[in-house]
Design a protein. Structure first.
Length: 277
């Protein structure tokens, strides 16, 4: 009887998880379906669940209507620079906070983490004025420099991981004559690869999908990123939803590929980070 109750409980739990999973993935499935419909089918009542006929031409027309090739290049090179820079600066700061004890280190770290609680809306106007004074408006520098130099969440996550590395490894390296930069490069970095891989995915998705900063700082279509270019499908009076859905489906492919390639690192990195320190 007890085993039967456990089985029923598991089935109920699996059913709830299946329903929750469907609700989470439904908007994406609707986007894909809408990208293969014409405008009449998209707004039909009752809803047309499956496109008939399938309009593959939406994808070709979407790519030809906007300079997606240029936008993809802009998004990719900005994302790669930010990812590499954040992993480098974040891991160095995390190592300093985790292993290098100095006066006021804990207070400085708490102050550093407190910046995560500042809403982006508070810093939006001051940052815009700074970028204007620097002459960086309508360039990619405002999308690269702030993100490349500062990420409190990455520092926190990597610090928790580094704190779990045995101190004996550092002591052995010191006895062999290794300096602090050498320890960081040859001992710490190889041991935090799972955490670095997990952070790579988070930073990649956040930077690639960054719409607000691109909207604020960019004004020339040749400099637009993919999210901002998709917004151009919204006209003043009419929005071509078929083209927009096709473009959105195309734009999400790189994120899906990166996630599928490195999903095991996300789970491993978060799990290890959560139990360390």
């Amino acid at each position: 009887m007890k085993n039967k109750k456990i089985t029923v409980g598991k089935w109920c739990l699996h059913g709830l998880l299946a329903i929750g999973s469907f609700l989470m993935v439904f908007p994406f499935l609707w986007t894909i379906g809408s990208s293969l419909k014409n405008m009449t089918q998209i707004f039909a009542i009752p809803p047309v669940w499956f496109p008939n006929p399938i309009v593959w031409q939406n994808y070709l027309d979407s790519l030809q209507a906007m300079p997606f090739g240029r936008a993809y290049w802009n998004s990719f090179y900005i994302t790669i620079i930010v990812v590499v820079s954040q992993l480098f600066t974040g891991s160095m700061a995390a190592y300093a906070f985790a292993k290098l004890k100095f006066k006021g280190s804990e207070a400085l770290f708490l102050l550093f983490l407190a910046t995560m609680m500042i809403p982006k809306q508070v810093t939006m106007i001051p940052l815009y004025l700074i970028m204007d004074k620097l002459g960086w408006l309508n360039t990619h520098l405002p999308l690269i420099i702030p993100g490349a130099l500062f990420n409190a969440f990455a520092v926190f996550l990597l610090r928790q991981f580094i704190r779990g590395i045995p101190k004996e490894l550092e002591e052995a390296a010191v006895m062999d004559g290794a300096s602090i930069p050498r320890i960081y490069w040859s001992v710490i970095l190889p041991l935090i690869k799972p955490a670095l891989a997990a952070m790579t995915i988070f930073i990649f998705m956040g930077t690639y999908n960054n719409f607000m900063d691109a909207l604020i700082y960019l004004s020339t279509p040749e400099r637009f990123t993919v999210p901002l270019l998709l917004n151009n499908f919204k006209g003043l009076y009419v929005t071509n939803w078929s083209y927009m859905m096709a473009g959105a489906t195309i734009s999400v492919i790189p994120i899906i590929l990166v996630y599928l390639f490195a999903q095991r690192y996300i789970i491993e990195g978060i799990t290890l980070t959560g139990i360390k320190g």
